[in-house]
Write a protein that binds this ligand. Structure first.
Ligand SMILES: Nc1ncnc2c1ncn2[C@@H]1O[C@H](COP(=O)(O)OP(=O)(O)O)[C@@H](O)[C@H]1O
Ligand SMILES: [Mg+2]
Length: 256
C-alpha cells in the first residue's frame, strides 16, 4: 500500500473572532500513526478537518504528499474538481457512523464505489465484501445497521472508508459513541490497519491506544499544539504543565 505524508505548517483558523487554531505545525510521516489528544474544545476536530479541507483554514499550509490541499497557491482556492480528486485518497471515520439505515452493510460499503468511483455493481460488491471481511464482518454483510451493534456499525464505516483504497485515514473519536465493551473490536481493526502501514491520524481519548499503537502523540490545548513526541515522552514524561494537568485529570476519572 502507498501511504501518504501530511505536513501542517503554521495553520491558523478563526471562527469569526475566535482563534480556533494557532500556528499549528505537525509533521506526519507515511505509514505512521499520530494520535491527537487534549481537552474538549481544544481544536482537535478542527485540525483533523483541515487536513482534508472539510474545514477551511485562514493561513498556513496543509500538504498531502507535498501537494497543497484546498488552495492552488496561498489565497487562491482550488477548484472543486481538484479538491475532490485529492480527497479520493483520504478516508475519514467519525464518532457517528453515518450509515444509510435502509441499506445493508454490503450496500453501505458498495455505495461509494458505485456512485463516486463509477464501478459496476458486481465489482463494487466484490470489493465491499472484501473490505467487510477484513473488518471481521463476513457474516453480517446482509444486515441493516439496525441489526448491528454500535461496534459492528463502526466497523462497517471503517470498511466503507478502506474500500476506497485511501492512502491516509482520519479518525475523529471513532470509539466515543460506543459502549465500553465494544471499543476493543474497533480499536483492533484500527491496529490491523496501522500494522499494514496505513498513515493514520486519530483523535482519541483512548490513552491505551495512543500509548501502544501511535508512533507519535500530539497534545492540543486552546487551539495550540502544545507538544508532539513519542507516546512515552508525552504520556509518561510530559514536561509541559498543561499536559501533566490533563493526564492527571484523565487518570483520576479513569481510576476507581
Ligand atoms: N463551526 C464553528 N463555529 C464556531 N466555533 C466553532 C465551530 N466549530 C468549532 N468551534 C469552536 O472551536 C473550538 C475547537 O473545537 P473542536 O475542534 O471541535 O474541538 P475538539 O475537537 O478538540 O473538542 C471550540 O471552542 C468550538 O466551540
Ligand atoms: Mg472533536
Amino acid at each position: 500500500m502507498q501511504a501518504s505524508s501530511v505536513e501542517i505548517r503554521k495553520v491558523n483558523k478563526f471562527y469569526g473572532p475566535f482563534h480556533a487554531l494557532k500556528d499549528v505545525d505537525l509533521n506526519i510521516l507515511p505509514g505512521k500513526v499520530t494520535c491527537l489528544i487534549g481537552p474538549s474544545g481544544s481544536g482537535k476536530s478542527t485540525l483533523l478537518r483541515c487536513v482534508n479541507f472539510l474545514e477551511e483554514y485562514d493561513s498556513g499550509e496543509v500538504r498531502i504528499d507535498g501537494q497543497l490541499i484546498g488552495y492552488d497557491a496561498p489565497g487562491k482556492k482550488m477548484s472543486g474538481r481538484k479538491l475532490r480528486e485529492m480527497r479520493r485518497s483520504i478516508g475519514m471515520v467519525f464518532q457517528q457512523f453515518n450509515l444509510w439505515p435502509h441499506m445493508t452493510a454490503l450496500e453501505n460499503v458498495a455505495e461509494g464505489l458505485i456512485r463516486v468511483r463509477g464501478l459496476p455493481k458486481a465489482e463494487a460488491q466484490e470489493r465491499a465484501s472484501a473490505a467487510l471481511t477484513k473488518v471481521g464482518l463476513a457474516d453480517k454483510m446482509q444486515n441493516h445497521p439496525s441489526r448491528l451493534s454500535g461496534g459492528q456499525q463502526q466497523r462497517v464505516a471503517i470498511a466503507r472508508a478502506i474500500a476506497m483504497e485511501p492512502r491516509l485515514m482520519l479518525f475523529d473519536e471513532p470509539t466515543s459513541a460506543l459502549d465500553p465493551e465494544l471499543v476493543g473490536e474497533v480499536l483492533n481493526v484500527m491496529k490491523t490497519l496501522a500494522s499494514e502501514g496505513m498513515t493514520m491520524v486519530v483523535v482519541t481519548h483512548e490513552m491505551g491506544f495512543a500509548a501502544h499503537v501511535a508512533d507519535q502523540v500530539a497534545f492540543m490545548e486552546k487551539g495550540e499544539l502544545v507538544g508532539c513526541d513519542t507516546p512515552s515522552r508525552i504520556l509518561h514524561q510530559p514536561d509541559d504543565p498543561r499536559i501533566q494537568s490533563f493526564l492527571r485529570t484523565y487518570h483520576e476519572r479513569n481510576s476507581f
